[in-house]
Design a protein around this ligand. Structure first.
Ligand code: G6P
Length: 616
């Protein structure tokens, strides 16, 4: 949520900031801006709208402008307009700040600063940070250990309640860039004689793959002579340089029209990578290095709680069903935003599993903290290596699917389900399923990537289905058992990017209300693959048809009965019921994608959404 990029080095800052912002635009895109230090003064250029709108108003940069900060915004405080766009300059005109997060005590600080003579131009909480630093900079003398700028930032940070990822520059310090982090990610890329400070490695990899990841309550001070890190309480911390694990190629479109489509089509390869080295066919077992030392505890645990938001929550629901089927351990899936504020009962031997693509979702992170405080063992299933949730959990399993840029999550969902399935097989194997059963599951899981390829071949056919229904404003998605969470996910995908109203439901629940919505021509997407509930869902399909609804049915290859029940049909290969979500979700991802493109929407940057929700 919001992208931050800053540069200090020998090159001209502005073009580097703009390139970086383009790579981060998926984090927020309602306004954007840059500030560079130009001949001892701060020059800020910002506008409402996308980076492309910012580019149109930019003045030509000068070679001597080697320090700058940039921001692409997802509005929290204050409407998305040019005044509220970042960077924000303090009332003395010396301090410029870009910020990701929320300052909870901003109103109190604002009143206090106004009484002290500070003037505010925007409605943002960020301007409070700029003015607070500006106030301390103007009114306090630094101690002998620190320069005045660093001292003022540190003093200001101690007053802030809430979350922040910050990049800050000062007109009097042309060779100094300061960053600080609490609750929002911040990474310092360390190049040869240059630094890129960013909220996301995607803005850094073009310049360097060596970086330090700041922890909460830490700040970094970079100059041409080097950098140092410390806590805001002024305790020096030594950070190791880490290698950023993904390449530029992974974050580029590679010939696809959108990141979302690229990521849908990447699924066979990335799921194979996710399983790579983990499926030990020779010994009929699953190797999950990250949690190896916890496996005994897991197999003896009395209860699992999965916690997550959005698409990751739907993956958790699928995982719940697979855990109960294979491991026979009671499992519940909770929205992290609910779990964190309840008074959850965490008994001895409760294991909490947090699922998150970004590893930065504020609610999921808070749920992790809540579970830890109550004594649970907390595991993470996370994609972004070194992210906050990955670090906050006791142990975890990475997805290893590479960066996901499309705001609507696709490959992360199938990878999350794959990881949960692997964990369930291993626990099942250690508890009660036979070696032969484990072997069958491992073999079948290994076949999933190839089966997904055959569904991807149906993309054009699915596009035609989307075209035939794209003008309908209300859709239903219905599934039973393992495919009930897939129905939820299909509806979410369609809502997110095509702005069509959609509801996902367990198919039998339709009769308890939503059936009243069905009118002539209303699309109802059924997941009606083979399984114990097949006949039941046929009944539900007929209930919709009897009321004039149009049925788009996802069924199993070789089903000879289904054609007469479907206005539109997509067939997926056969797989054990527990793995069906890994296949049945594909047509729904493609359906949402094509519907959104046909409606003319920017699929990778849907309105009002952000890829990583780092605020409550
Ligand atoms: C946002 C994204 C969703 C994602 C959710 C959870 O709402 O738009 O695509 O599913 O956050 O994100 P996480 O990174 O925790 O999986």
């Amino acid at each position: 949520m919001c992208g931050i990029v800053a540069y200090l080095g020998k090159k001209t800052a502005q073009p580097i900031l703009i390139e970086g912002l383009k790579r981060l635009e998926y984090r927020g895109y309602d306004s954007a801006g840059v500030a560079v230090l130009a001949n001892g003064t701060v020059r800020i250029q910002k506008t409402k709208g996308r980076i492309s709108a910012l580019e149109e108003i930019l003045e030509p940069p000068q070679e001597t402008e080697n320090l700058g900060i940039g921001h692409t915004r997802w509005a929290t405080h204050g409407e998305p307009n040019t005044t509220n766009a970042h960077p924000h300059l303090d009332y003395t005109g010396k301090i410029a700040v870009v910020h990701n997060g929320i300052i909870e005590n901003y109103a109190t600080l604002k009143t206090w600063l106004q009484n002290e003579g500070a003037v505010f131009a925007s409605q943002t909480d960020t301007e409070v940070i700029a003015n607070l630093i500006g106030y301390f900079y103007a009114n306090e003398t630094a101690d002998s250990q620190q320069n005045k700028f660093e001292s003022a930032v540190q003093r200001a940070l101690r007053e802030l309640h809430g979350t922040y990822g910050l990049a800050i520059l000062c007109a009097d310090y042309p060779d100094m860039l300061i960053g600080a982090k609490k609750g929002s990610p911040l990474i310092l890329g360390v190049g040869s004689s240059e630094y890129i400070l960013a909220s996301d490695a995607a803005a850094i990899v073009e310049h360097t793959t060596r970086a330090i990841y700041l922890s909460d309550n830490e700040m970094v001070i970079a100059t041409s002579k080097g950098f140092h890190t410390k806590t805001i309480a002024n305790v020096t911390v030594t950070k190791d340089l880490k290698e950023i694990e993904f390449s530029l190629e992974q974050i580029e479109l590679g010939g696809f029209e959108h990141h979302m489509l690229k990521e849908i089509f990447e699924q066979p390869n990335v799921l194979a990578t996710c399983m790579g080295g983990r499926l030990d066919k020779a010994n009929n077992q699953i190797k999950l290095g990250g949690i190896a030392s916890y496996l005994r505890e897991l197999t003896r645990t009395k209860r699992f709680i999965m916690t997550a938001c959005g698409t990751a929550f739907h993956a958790g629901l699928v995982g719940e069903f697979i855990f109960e089927q294979l491991a026979r351990i009671p499992t519940e899936t909770e929205y992290a935003s609910e779990f964190r504020y309840r008074n959850p009962i965490i008994e001895d031997q409760t294991v909490v599993i947090a699922i998150s693509q970004s590893g930065e979702t504020a609610d999921t992170l808070a749920a992790v903290e809540q579970a830890k405080e109550r004594g649970a063992t907390v595991l993470g299933i996370v994609n972004v290596v070194g992210s906050s949730i990955a670090r906050a959990t006791d142990a975890g399993i990475y997805l290893h699917v590479g960066p996901e840029i499309g705001v609507a999550s696709t490959k992360a969902f199938t990878a999350q389900v794959t990881v949960l399935a692997m964990l369930a097989i291993e626990m099942g194997r250690r508890r009660h399923i036979s070696s032969a059963e484990a072997e069958t599951y491992i073999d079948e899981l290994a076949k999933i990537p190839e089966k997904i390829r055959t569904i991807l071949d149906e993309s054009d056919h699915i596009k035609q289905i989307a075209a035939a229904n794209v003008n309908e404003e209300n859709w239903l998605f219905l599934g039973r058992g393992f495919n009930y969470p897939v129905a939820l996910e299909g509806a979410l995908k369609l809502k997110e990017i095509s702005y069509i109203h959609a509801e996902g439901l367990p198919a039998a629940e339709m009769k308890h209300g939503p059936i009243a919505l069905i009118v002539n021509g209303m699309p109802a997407v059924f997941i009606a693959t083979e399984g114990p509930q097949y006949d039941k869902i046929m009944g539900n399909i007929e209930e919709v048809r009897a009321r004039g609804g149009k049925t788009i049915v996802v069924a199993t290859e070789g089903d000879r009965n289904i054609e007469k029940h479907a206005d539109h049909l997509v067939l997926v290969p056969r797989t054990p019921e527990i793995f069906q979500p890994l296949l049945t979700v594909l047509p729904l991802q493609l359906l949402a994608y094509h519907a959104a493109v046909l409606r003319g929407h920017d699929v990778d940057k849907p309105r009002n959404l952000a890829k990583s929700v780092t605020v409550e």
